[in-house]
Design a protein around this ligand. Structure first.
Ligand code: ZN
Length: 355
C-alpha cells in the first residue's frame, strides 16, 4: 500500500469546537478525545500537513440545530438565514477564536505553526510541522472603516470570506437551498468593494465559498488575486446553492485560481441529503468534474472537518488515507495525487501572497 500523501486542506472549523467547549481545549486539541474530526494526534497520524482554520461567529440559532438537520436530510429544502451580526457583537468572539489558534501553536511546542508567509508555509512542509492559516469565514468582526482588518492581519489573518451564508455589511451569502443555484440576491455593497481592495493590498486571500453569484462576479471584477473557493463542489453534480456552476468554474480557471473539494454530504450527494450513509463515488464524480473544468493544477481539498456531516467512509481526519486509496483505485496517478493533496494549495497561496 503506497504511503499516505500529506494533505493541505482548504477549510476546517476546529476553532469553533474549541470556542463552544470552554475549558476543554487541552483535551480537544492536544491529547484528543476521540470526538469531532480533528486534533493534533490524529492530524499527525493521518498525514494532515496543514490548512485554513476558520474564525466563524455562531448565530443565536445555529444552522446545525436539530430541526434544520432533519430538513437537510429531506430535500427539497430552503433554510431561512440568520440575521446580520454587527461588529460590536462579533469582535469579542473573533478575538477569542484568533486566540485559540495562537494558543494551539504555543501549546503544540513546535508541532503546529501559524503561517503568515509563503516562506513560513514552505518551512513547515519541509520540516513536517503542521501549518495553520488564520481564516475568517464571514467578515462580521470587521467594522465598516476596516480598522479591525488591520488588527486581525497583525494577529496573523491571511484569508477571509466576506460572508458566511448570513448577510454582512459587505455582501450577501447563499441560503442553504436544495435544489437551487447560487444566483440568490444582490452583490457586494460599497463596503464590500472597499474590503476587496484592502484585502488585495494586505495580501489577504479572498474566499468565494458562501458568496452568492453576483457577489462572486463583483469580486472577480475587482480583485487582482486568483479566484478561490476554499470549500465548494460542482453544481452540475449536486445542485446546491453552495456549489459552483460551470460558468464560475471557468472564471476560476481563467484567473489561475483554485477550488477545494468540500467533504460535506449535503454538497457531495447528488440527492442533496445530509445522511452519511453513502459510498465515495460522489466524491469521485465531483473531482472528475472539477478536474475536467479546472485542470489538474486548480483542484484540492476543503474538508469542512468539524463543520459538517461527512461520508461514513471518511468519518474524520483519519479517513484521509481511505479517501486517497479510493482516488488511486479510480485511476489517479501519484503526480496528480500530490497536486490534489497539497501542491496546488501551496502554489495558489504563493500566487496570492507572493513568494
Ligand atoms: Zn463553510
Amino acid at each position: 500500500m503506497p504511503k499516505a500523501t500529506p494533505v493541505f486542506d482548504g477549510h476546517n472549523d476546529l476553532l469553533l469546537r474549541l470556542f463552544k467547549n470552554p475549558g476543554a481545549r487541552e483535551k480537544i486539541w492536544l491529547t484528543g478525545e476521540g470526538k469531532g474530526h480533528l486534533d493534533l494526534p490524529r492530524m499527525q497520524a493521518a498525514g494532515f500537513a496543514g490548512g485554513f482554520f476558520a474564525i466563524y461567529i455562531p448565530s443565536p440559532i445555529a444552522h446545525d440545530d436539530a430541526g434544520f438537520e432533519a430538513m437537510m436530510d429531506a430535500p427539497p429544502y430552503d433554510l431561512p438565514l440568520p440575521e446580520l451580526i454587527g461588529h460590536q457583537a462579533a469582535q469579542p468572539v473573533a478575538l477569542a477564536m484568533a486566540g485559540h489558534l495562537l494558543w494551539m501553536e504555543r501549546a503544540s511546542q513546535g508541532a503546529f505553526k501559524v503561517c503568515r508567509s509563503t516562506a513560513d508555509l514552505r518551512a513547515c512542509i519541509a520540516s513536517g510541522t503542521i501549518a495553520g492559516i488564520m481564516h475568517m469565514e464571514g467578515a462580521e468582526a470587521i467594522d465598516p472603516d476596516l480598522d479591525a482588518l488591520h488588527s486581525f492581519h497583525a494577529m496573523g489573518l491571511r484569508s477571509l470570506g466576506p460572508v458566511w451564508s448570513r448577510p454582512t455589511i459587505f455582501g450577501h451569502g447563499v441560503p442553504f437551498r436544495f435544489p437551487g443555484d447560487p444566483d440568490t440576491g444582490p452583490g457586494l455593497t460599497d463596503a464590500g468593494r472597499a474590503l476587496v481592495h484592502a484585502c488585495n493590498e494586505l495580501k489577504i486571500m479572498i474566499d468565494l465559498s458562501h458568496l452568492n453569484e453576483k457577489g462572486f462576479d463583483d469580486v472577480a471584477r475587482l480583485t487582482d488575486a486568483p479566484l478561490v473557493a476554499t470549500h465548494s463542489n460542482a453544481h452540475d453534480v449536486t445542485p446546491s446553492t453552495r456549489n459552483l456552476t460551470n460558468r464560475q468554474l471557468a472564471m476560476i480557471r481563467e484567473s489561475n485560481g483554485m477550488v477545494g473539494l468540500n467533504f460535506a454530504t449535503v454538497f457531495l450527494r447528488p440527492d442533496g441529503r445530509k445522511s452519511p450513509k453513502m459510498s465515495l463515488d460522489p466524491v469521485l464524480r465531483h473531482l472528475d468534474h472539477l478536474l475536467s473544468f479546472l485542470g489538474e493544477d486548480h483542484v484540492g481539498f476543503g474538508s469542512d472537518f468539524d463543520g459538517a456531516t461527512l461520508p461514513e467512509g471518511i468519518g474524520d481526519v483519519t479517513g484521509l488515507p481511505a479517501l486517497q486509496a479510493a482516488l488511486r483505485a479510480h485511476g489517479y496517478g501519484e503526480a496528480l495525487m500530490a497536486k490534489l493533496c497539497h501542491q496546488n494549495w501551496l502554489k495558489l497561496i504563493e500566487r496570492t501572497w507572493g513568494v
